[in-house]
Design a protein around this ligand. Structure first.
Ligand code: S2G
Ligand code: ZN
Length: 468
């Protein structure tokens, strides 16, 4: 715990009342959406300017205080958890859109801008911010950048990384770096901006981001198709990708759909029950495109890859189809799921799915397993639901035992143990399944350059360095 006199110094660096130490605030700001850790920060500080962030970092270096970045706290790997007396630096006060340039199609955001706020702002300008995820309503741009958030449109638009034109960061030494200056072309050495994207706050704080926007999509149309098995999903993807320019290709299992329909607030896509469902989306810019989609659907039915299907005819129907997929994360959270967020290259998905599903069925015979994810970009979310009356710790311990087999398969397929949720604390012990010892050494060397005193989000991505 940090000495009260040191916290008094911190209070002098920010506006009055912007350092909280009450138990409710420590509890609320010391955690993210993971349920594995007891939040235990010393204090929560709310800077309102870049200068205040720099002053906080310098203060932390002088006193050896660990800092944890906090945005929307929607992370799923413990990346924003403060469980060891750290000071949480929350960006709720730095939540303004500072500028917009119609020619560059860029928006200058403070890190605390909520993702949905940026999406709405873009639409008001007749443009589109294309990174969309289940947590958009509360995740913040700074956190999206820290984890290189992906979501449901990656197949067409890529990850957050693709939309950062420029970045201002305060390093672990308190220096302000202005990276790339919003340029499209800039071949002047290492692109340091890319290091901070996905660094989970371990190199410094994002204090301003210039985000790129795209043209608004036209007449987005979705289809939900029921498939007889896992193996049919990828041929369906391949068939539709050959004919349409997809903006999304997701999947979910019958168990996932059952949880959604049990809510009672989302209509079933069609009458028949199928083992798996694909949700795809495209721009029906002309009648011919819509006809092509229907023809491809017929082809997939003839091939036996699809049993039934529906295509949205209105924005309401489009939104209702998306609810079947987008409500999954929140709906199954009731069962405290043990989550895996794994990925392989798309061509490897069929064999990879078969191997993973075999291991999961063998080792989790008594647990309900819900599959869903962004299968179009090779990202699968494997959620093991905790039995109602089972102790949480016992459940997580039993699931953790299986990680070894799951991650060995991921490694065998040159996949990622964390496709989009980041490493944080939940995956740091498994980093070696996806990154070589040489790579990990390079990452630690880079951290030493930007955060030589190790105050920036220690224990995230890498296990804490043992104090000599
Ligand atoms: C999704 C959201 C978090 C989760 O729904 O695509 O990334 O795994 C997830 O529940
Ligand atoms: Zn996801």
């Amino acid at each position: 715990m940090t000495h009260p006199a040191v916290i008094d110094e911190l209070m002098a660096l920010v506006d009055p009342g912007k350092v909280l130490t009450d138990p409710a605030s420590l509890e609320a700001y010391g955690k993210d959406w993971t349920k594995h850790y007891a939040p235990a920060p010393t204090a929560v500080v709310f800077p309102k300017s870049v200068e205040q962030v720099q002053a906080i970092v310098r203060w932390a270096n002088v006193h050896g205080v660990a800092l944890v970045p906090s945005g929307g706290r929607t992370g799923l790997s413990g990346g924003a958890v403060a469980a060891h007396g750290e000071v949480v630096v929350a960006f709720d006060q730095m939540n303004r859109i500072l500028d917009f340039n119609a020619f560059d199609r860029t928006v200058v955001c403070q890190p605390g801008v909520v993702t949905a706020q940026l999406q709405a702002f873009a639409l008001e300008q007749g443009l589109y911010y294309p990174v969309d995820l289940a947590s958009s309503g509360s995740s913040q741009i700074g956190g999206n950048i820290g984890t290189n958030a992906g979501g449901i449109k990656v197949i067409r638009y890529g990850m957050t990384r693709n939309w950062v034109a420029g970045l201002k960061v305060v390093t672990g030494q308190g220096e302000l770096l202005e990276l790339n200056k919003d340029l499209i072309k800039n071949a002047t050495g290492y692109d340091l901006r890319q290091l901070f994207i996905g660094a989970e706050g371990t190199l410094g704080f994002v204090v301003e981001a210039t985000m790129r926007l795209d043209r608004a999509p036209r007449n987005l149309t979705a289809m939900v198709l029921g498939t007889p098995d896992f193996d049919s999903i990828m041929p369906v993807l391949h068939a539709f990708q050959g004919k349409l320019d997809l903006t999304a290709f997701e999947f979910f299992s019958d168990k996932g759909l059952a949880k959604i329909l049990a809510r009672g607030d989302v209509p079933a896509p069609f009458a028949s029950d199928c083992p798996f469902y694909a949700l795809l989306e495209f721009e029906a810019t002309t009648e011919q495109v819509a006809e092509q989609a229907l023809a491809t659907f017929e082809h997939c039915v003839e091939q036996g890859w699809v049993l039934d299907g529906v295509m949205s005819q209105s924005e309401t129907q489009l939104n209702n189809l998306w609810k079947l997929r987008e409500y999954l994360s929140e709906t199954i959270s009731h069962w405290t799921p043990y989550k895996n967020d794994i990925s392989v290259t798309v061509s490897k998905v069929p064999a990879f799915l078969r191997d993973i599903d075999a291991i999961v069925s063998a080792h989790y015979p008594d647990y309900e397993v819900v599959w869903y994810g962004h299968i179009g970009d090779g990202n699968l979310h494997l959620n093991i639901l905790k039995p109602e009356h089972m102790d949480k710790d016992a459940f997580f311990a039993s699931c953790t035992k299986v990680n070894k087999w799951v991650f060995e398969i991921v490694q065998r397929y040159d996949g990622s143990i964390s496709a989009e949720h980041g490493v944080g604390m939940t995956k740091r012990d498994y980093l070696g399944y996806s990154r070589s010892p040489e790579e990990i050494a390079c990452m630690k060397a880079i951290k030493a350059v930007f955060d030589p005193n190790g105050i920036m989000n220690p224990g995230k991505i890498f296990a804490p360095e043992q104090k000599q």
